[in-house]
Design a protein around this ligand. Structure first.
Ligand SMILES: Cc1cc2nc3c(=O)[nH]c(=O)nc-3n(C[C@H](O)[C@H](O)[C@H](O)COP(=O)(O)OP(=O)(O)OC[C@H]3O[C@@H](n4cnc5c(N)ncnc54)[C@H](O)[C@@H]3O)c2cc1C
Length: 368
């Protein structure tokens, strides 16, 4: 079987990697649009703290985090060890004591079925600051030991390299789709037909641009996110936990004294690939109000990503009804670094005709 995967972000890279591991002949085509979400994603993998109550989505979110242990082990075995992955734990805090209490109850309920989250406990303000020294004084925090962070740039590139090592082909190009009878066809940037038995569109926020011309009204739209990278020169940040202050803002650190603070969620900005004054201010103000220890940090870059946001938080993946040889993997929204690797595994199973280990009908794409 020959498969073309369109898109080399978290969804496409994972699907291609899993297909290649199963011995399938895969070609990955990626245009790397400015604003490719995977290149901007913060990298938090900690589903248990979410405030969103959506059972089917949460099932995927939690399974996605659980899958990481296996994924990281498989990639290590393939020689891919530079992934920025570390189980640093997560601190969940709030300036509102009632909200912190409610968060604790929610998290405790969820982790009962998730031993990988570790033993969740409430930290005193001093203990919380010992773990995250930039945190403001006086805040208690729930600590979730199993929370992790990963560098999605490194991880997606590693999955693609591991796929190529197993025989996949990687190609940098912008492709389009047309129909030959009931069957979908891919054309490369030069208009030449690329032959395949199966085509998987994992094109993120841009997917409707290639699905519209073949009559598919795909509901995923861009949600712009601006995310700021700071450096605390000389500070050893490698072990700092992810900080989740129960708003849409958060922060996490990497080994190179980097503190990543995010992020805006702009639903009406289209593909506006610009750092804006309002976006930058929003993110920095939120960060410094919860972590005043960052005031002297150096701003090193602001990244922009277009989250592929569907009509609900649930991802959309599987075969497209009525079109031969076409599948879609999309709609990862704000949780795609957590969910993407696992969803890619499930989609690879579907395309190979295997029964995925989770029921997937809730995520099935529609034709219109
Ligand atoms: C600021 C920000 C912070 C985030 N933080 C987190 C987080 O902490 N944790 C978490 O779990 N998730 C997070 N996310 C979400 C996560 O990054 C995304 O859900 C995920 O990366 C989406 O991956 P994707 O593969 O679907 O899309 P993308 O990464 O956007 O990849 C799609 C690819 O398809 C390519 N493409 C499109 N059309 C074509 C074509 N016609 N031909 C060839 N190639 C094409 C594009 O160029 C692109 O490279 C964050 C996102 C943002 C923006």
């Amino acid at each position: 079987m020959r498969v073309i995967v369109i898109g080399g972000g978290m969804f496409g890279a994972s699907t291609a990697y899993q297909l290649a591991r199963a011995g399938v002949d895969v070609t990955i085509v990626d245009h790397a649009h400015p604003g490719k979400a995977t290149l901007a994603g913060a990298g938090i993998v900690c589903p248990w703290a979410t405030r969103i109550e959506e059972p089917e989505w949460y099932e995927m979110y939690a399974a996605g985090a659980r899958f990481y242990d296996q994924l990281i082990a498989d990639l290590h075995a393939a020689g891919e060890t530079d992934l920025g992955y570390r189980k640093v734990g997560a601190l969940v805090t709030s300036t509102d004591p009632a909200e912190l209490k409610a968060a604790g109850e929610r998290i405790s309920g969820r982790v009962k079925n998730a031993p990988e989250a570790g033993d969740v406990r409430l930290l005193s303000p001093g203990e919380a600051r010992d773990k995250f020294p930039a945190l403001r004084e006086g805040l208690e925090a729930w600590f979730i030991p199993g929370g992790a962070r990963v560098d999605a740039r490194l991880l997606s590139a590693a999955m693609i390299r591991a796929a190529v090592a197993r025989g996949a082909t990687y190609r940098s190009d912008y492709v389009t789709l047309d129909m030959a009878g009931d069957r979908v066809r891919v054309r490369d940037g030069g208009g030449r037909i690329m032959t395949a038995d199966e085509v998987i569109v994992a094109a993120g926020a841009w997917a409707s641009q290639i699905l519209d011309p073949i009559g598919i009204a795909h509901p995923v739209k861009p949600q712009k996110g601006q995310i700021v990278h700071l450096r605390l020169a000389g500070v050893a940040t490698a072990q700092w936990p992810v900080l989740l202050p129960m708003t849409s803002h958060y922060m996490l650190t990497f080994d190179d004294s980097r503190v990543v603070v995010g992020a805006t969620r702009e639903d009406d900005a289209g593909f506006d690939y610009r750092v804006t004054a309002a976006g930058q201010a929003e993110v920095l103000e939120a960060a410094m109000s919860i972590a005043p220890g960052l005031v002297n940090a150096e701003i090193i870059e602001t990244r922009i990503g277009f989250r592929p946001a569907g009509p609900t938080v649930k991802p959309i993946f599987g075969r497209v009804p009525g079109i031969e040889g076409l599948s879609v993997g999309n709609g990862l929204g704000a949780g795609g670094i957590s969910i993407g690797p696992y969803a890619g595994k499930l989609l690879a199973d579907i395309v190979r005709g295997e029964t995925p280990e989770l029921p997937v009908t809730a995520y099935a794409p529609q034709r219109s």
